[in-house]
Write a protein that binds this ligand. Structure first.
Ligand SMILES: Nc1ncnc2c1ncn2[C@@H]1O[C@H](COP(=O)(O)OP(=O)(O)OP(=O)(O)O)[C@@H](O)[C@H]1O
Ligand SMILES: [Mg+2]
Length: 274
């Protein structure tokens, strides 16, 4: 592997959603601030959308580390779960042992948990990732959770995070009540070309190379064009470029190295590089 060649402690361009590598570009910072504001100010429903691979899951995971200890959290990664298992997962994250597998029991247990937390001065946040996969009936049921409130405040803040089709889903007539209740919204857009350079430098720095590893500005331009500023695609291109650099025995990823790696990714083979 190329990790030893560059002396990296970690893989700089892993495609897992690792929040310790979070780079706060303007769009990520803006979305992150909206999420924190919505939860801390008890705004009820909060919507986070973004293109595939834009950083939604990474941002939601980072959020868990930034919320105050007094905010109890439940993070649903798998929105494809059948309803019963979804409810169990939510209760389980909040540290509640489910009594029965039905909606009424779920609502009762959740309500008494939320009231108890409120009496302690605590807040609660439910973060549902990949929310574009939720069935309309599940979304409608989740809307009912926001009815847990006192005269003054919401007992549970619910973040719906998903790809742009989530917004389309919420436009459907049968979900208009939910749509109306969303008070905080943000959208992760693609990174700008200058962000891409800083994003690459940041991830390399985090991986602690023992040598100087450089992506030249024209290599960054190529990676920007290839990726359209989408972080997952940037990672894939950079990972390939570092592999090419290793094969060519260089720690400088210049235009030629970046071009070869992108051509390889696009299926154009270079015998010398295989
Ligand atoms: N702001 C960022 N800083 C550092 N890495 C990021 C950032 N945004 C995204 N990434 C990286 O890009 C990759 C894709 O991110 P992530 O999985 O969070 O995207 P997503 O929007 O949840 O994608 P999907 O729509 O497929 O669920 C991950 O490797 C992640 O670490
Ligand atoms: Mg995701």
């Amino acid at each position: 592997m190329y990790l030893d060649f560059y002396g990296f402690v970690e893989n700089p361009f892993n495609i897992t959603s690792d929040p310790s590598f979070l780079y706060l570009s303007q769009t990520h910072k803006n979305a992150f601030d909206h999420l924190l504001f919505g939860i801390n100010e008890r705004k009820g429903f909060i919507l986070l959308t973004g293109e595939i691979g834009a950083g939604k899951t990474t941002l939601c995971k980072a959020l868990l580390y930034h919320l105050p200890q007094t905010t109890k959290t439940s993070f649903v990664f798998n929105s494809n779960l059948p309803e019963g298992q979804l409810f169990e997962a939510i209760l389980g994250d909040f540290g509640i042992l489910p009594k029965r597998r039905n909606k009424i029991s779920f609502l009762k247990q959740l309500n008494s948990f939320l009231l108890h937390e409120l009496s302690l001065g605590n807040n609660a946040a439910l973060i549902i990732d990949e929310a574009q996969n939720l069935r309309a009936s599940t979304l409608e049921f989740i809307r009912m959770l926001s009815n847990f409130e006192t005269e003054k405040e919401k007992l549970i803040q619910i973040v719906l995070s998903g790809q742009p089709e989530l917004r389309d889903k919420l436009e459907a007539a049968n979900l208009s009540q939910l749509k109306q209740r969303i008070s905080v919204r943000s959208h992760l857009s693609a990174l700008t070309v200058s962000d891409v350079g800083q994003y690459i430098d940041y991830r390399i720095w985090k991986a602690q190379p023992s040598k100087s590893v450089v992506f030249t500005p024209d290599a960054v331009d190529l990676i920007y064009t290839y990726s359209g500023g989408i972080p997952r695609l940037i990672n894939i291109a950079c990972d390939k470029a570092l592999l090419c650099g290793f094969v060519l025995d260089t720690t400088v990823i210049d235009h030629a190295v970046a071009q070869r790696s992108i051509e390889e990714l696009s299926g154009i083979s270079h015998p010398a590089m295989v």
